[in-house]
Design a protein around this ligand. Structure first.
Ligand code: PLP
Length: 452
């Protein structure tokens, strides 16, 4: 096949995220590298937005997809069941060690959260509690772009122009963000007690029997920059939810599927979700795929009630998408990539701390597994943020690109309005020397914008 890319002098007809900016055209990608048309090789140091966890062009996934498209392209999931969807569901249920008993496939992280929230509502209706109509989530979180997912998210900038249209049946409490949220003289235990109390107060404010679910990212991704919860937080949250019959929906779209050092991020918290949303690393970007992993408690409520899932989409359980997910997850298991990613993550953490630990404008270095971020501050002691107009995170991202490396910048870190961070989330298949190279290039980029 000889595919020519469009003449770069012709303006794009694509409604890109930023208009008036010519994006570099990609010619191909393999391993941890993206090759640009006209030359130039970019290290994919954030897997886009934590997607390409086994690297690009993996021969096993390419072969599996070729085989699948030649055998079966599509069979409507309302009428048929397809093998890759069943096999991937077996694998995912098995991975939960009893936490899940069924899987719903969707096409993205937003859809996974949308379906999770709708399923949580259905659970209560099935059990004769239709008065439950309220969802509680956290500020500085991102749960997706569709209306339900956007309403649950607390990412101010992404919500702003829709704010007046978003339903009032969603409200938000504080994230577990110790760098800025924990008082100077407050212990971790007192801090997490305070956050659990805040959730409990919010549940009782809306009405003890009114809340459907509480949504949270175990490690907050794009909105906060790789912030894991403090020890004990999720256990306290889980018990508040249980006290009021509120379901716990964990959004592992970004931090899950091995990214945080265990296949499911909650495995490190000593709790289990009632419903889990997953996407990015599930099929690693080979074909869009998201999933909702559902606990026996929720499945049984539907089985014992209507017996019908009140959520369906034309392309759910698409054979090609599920085959991609299945092969990616088999590669992950057989090549022990979660363990490998954890080891690489330890190297990344120690190199980031060596290089940036004393940097006057790096306020915090945090993360888990192979999911790390730097939060930039104007003043390390006061934690004062840079003014938004200075565009620090974006500029560091652009400088990194100039040095041949793509990272994932984010803003609004501190309070939804100001604050800058960049995320480093390389493929689990990177080598030690590639991790070293990533940190070296990041150092060059940070030095370009903020000095050494
Ligand atoms: C935690 C989280 N949830 C949901 C989403 C939405 O996923 P998608 O962009 O695939 O719709 C994202 C995307 O970045 C995310 O990071």
């Amino acid at each position: 096949m000889n595919m020519t890319l469009r003449d770069p002098t012709t303006p794009s007809k694509l409604f890109h995220r930023k208009l008036g900016v010519e994006l570099p055209a990609v010619a191909s990608a393999s391993g941890i590298y993206i090759r640009l048309k006209g030359g130039g090789e970019i290290i994919d140091a954030s897997c886009g937005s934590a997607v390409s966890c086994i690297g690009h062009s993996h021969p096993r996934v390419v072969a599996a997809l070729r085989e699948q498209i030649g055998r079966l392209d599509f069979a409507y999931s309302g009428t048929y069941s397809v093998e890759p969807a069943e096999e991937l569901a077996d694998l995912l249920v098995e991975s939960g060690k009893g936490a899940f008993s069924r899987v719903i496939y969707v096409g993205s992280g937003s859809e996974a959260m949308e379906a999770s929230i709708k399923l949580a509502r259905q659970y209560h209706v099935e059990r004769g509690e239709p008065q439950r109509t309220h969802v509680i989530a956290r500020r500085q979180s991102y749960h997706g772009a569709t209306f339900g997912a956007l309403s649950s998210g607390g990412h101010m900038m992404r919500r702003r122009i829709y704010e007046d249209m978003l339903p009032v049946s969603f409200s938000h409490v504080s994230p577990c963000y110790a760098y800025r949220g924990q008082g100077e003289d407050e212990t971790v235990d007192a801090y997490t007690d305070r956050l659990a109390k805040e959730l409990e107060d919010e549940i009782t404010r809306v009405g003890e029997d009114k809340a459907i679910a509480f949504c949270a990212e175990p490690v907050v991704g794009a909105a906060l920059g790789c912030v894991p919860a403090e020890a004990g937080y999720f256990k306290k949250i889980r018990s508040v939810c249980d006290r009021y019959g509120v379901l716990l929906i964990l959004d592992e779209v970004m931090c899950g599927m091995g990214r945080s050092g265990t296949l499911h991020a909650w495995e490190q918290e000593g709790i289990r979700p009632d419903i889990q949303a997953t996407a990015k690393g599930l099929a690693a970007g080979y074909v869009p795929l998201g999933a909702v992993l559902v606990s026996p408690k929720v499945v049984n409520a539907v089985l014992e009630g209507s017996g019908i899932l009140n959520h369906g989409q034309t392309f759910q359980a698409h054979p090609l998408a599920c085959r991609a997910g299945l092969e990616v997850q088999r590669v992950m298991q057989e090549d022990k990539l979660v363990e490998q990613g954890k080891g690489l993550g330890e190297l990344l953490e120690s190199r980031l701390k060596d290089v940036f630990g004393e940097h006057p404008h790096v306020g915090d270095i945090r993360g888990r597994g192979l999911f790390w971020a730097l939060e930039f501050v104007k003043n390390r002691h006061t934690k004062e943020c840079f003014p938004l107009e200075e565009g620090i995170a974006d500029r560091v991202g652009k400088a990194a690109f100039e040095h041949g490396m793509a990272i994932y910048p984010g803003v609004g870190t501190s309070d939804g309005e100001t604050g800058d961070h960049v995320i480093i989330a390389p493929p689990f298949t990177a080598s030690d020397s590639e991790i070293e190279m990533i940190v070296e290039r990041l150092k060059l980029a940070v030095t370009d914008i903020l000095g050494g």
